[in-house]
Design a protein around this ligand. Structure first.
Ligand SMILES: [Zn+2]
Ligand SMILES: [Zn+2]
Length: 327
């Protein structure tokens, strides 16, 4: 449902029901399914109860069967690029404005075959997205360590990251001490998107020149569709910005969210011609959205971008060395 971008409210009903059922002892769930009393639990309605009852009886729930029957590629093309991807550098959990716990994001990334996922919740100034203070980010790093300990048998690593706001003056919205503790940092503009071109260019280059920055997130900030409405690209000197990316070894993000499609094709081709590195990111705010990467892969393929220039085709060690040259 998340992958198909169904209504958040309907998805949330299933996620809430799962959260209610998960901590209960199995025999209680079975007894309630038999007695028809699942709906007495707060957060479980008739349709989620039906799904749970089917599952208890070992039956494939109709709802799931229908979704699986409709399952197909999100977009045609880009399969070779997708096959080369080893991970995803941009994702959110319910610690900021995502809809699911960190571990659910990690489990889904494992199912998708990723070797790594970078958790990049928002930074403090983005209060609408519940951005993480120093203290909360510090706590989150402990949770990431604990999850990785649980997953130590697998090939997969959850990496520590941030989507850090680029402030008006080009500085980054987190302390350097915290940024230094992370594995990878995506820097994005989320405020004053309509700034004049000259100060916006300066602002973006300031962030790119920061030695902590690894990825320039959704560079134009545009919205091409969706329930948040549309908005145009920010004005900036793209040539100067991409030049700075090359100089400072910062990857230009191909943001795969269908409502963003950022950068637009002309800019994507400009960045390609200027020799930029790229990352193809889902910017997932829910586990099912991690699959959005397919959209970005199709665009990278259409633009003829060599897979070796896409940093998330690299093995984890190479990625970490690139992202942390000062270590
Ligand atoms: Zn963002
Ligand atoms: Zn994001």
């Amino acid at each position: 449902m998340e992958r198909g971008r169904e209504e958040t409210r309907r998805i949330q009903a299933f996620r809430n029901a799962a959260a209610v059922i998960l901590p209960l002892p199995a025999d209680e769930v079975v007894a309630r399914a038999e007695a028809g009393t699942l709906t007495q639990l707060s957060g479980i309605g008739p349709s989620t109860a039906g799904v749970i009852t089917d599952a208890v009886h070992g039956r494939l729930p109709d709802r799931l069967a229908k979704l699986e029957a409709a399952f197909g590629p999100l977009v045609q093309g880009g399969d070779e690029v997708r096959a080369r991807l080893r991970g995803d550098l941009h994702s959110h959990s319910d610690w900021s404005d995502g809809g699911s716990p960190i571990e659910e994001m990690a489990f889904t990334a494992i199912e998708l075959g990723h070797d790594y996922l970078v958790l990049t919740d928002h930074s403090p100034r983005l209060t609408v997205a519940n951005g993480l203070s120093v203290a909360r980010l510090q706590r989150q790093l402990g949770v990431v360590d604990a999850i990785n300990e649980h997953l130590s048998e697998s090939q997969f690593t959850l990496l520590k990251g941030i989507e850090v706001d680029i402030l008006d003056d080009g500085s980054l919205d987190q302390t350097d001490e915290m940024l230094a503790q992370l594995d990878l940092r995506v820097a994005s503009v989320h405020s004053k998107l309509r700034m004049d071109a000259a100060p916006m260019t300066k602002r973006m280059i300031g962030a790119i020149a920061n030695p902590r920055t690894n990825v320039l997130g959704h560079c134009t900030g545009r919205m091409v569709m969706g329930n948040r409405g549309t908005r145009p690209s920010s004005d900036f000197d793209a040539k100067a910005v991409f030049e700075a990316c090359v100089e400072h070894d910062v990857a230009v993000e191909i943001n795969s969210r269908p409502e963003r499609r950022d950068p637009p094709t002309k800019l994507l081709e400009l960045a390609r011609d200027m020799g930029c590195l790229f990352s193809i990111d889902s910017d997932a705010h829910a586990p099912g959205q991690l699959d959005f990467q397919q959209y970005g892969c199709e665009r990278a393929h259409a633009a003829g971008i060599d897979a070796d220039r896409i940093v998330n085709t690299w093995p984890r060690e190479r990625l970490l060395e690139w992202a942390n040259p000062q270590r």
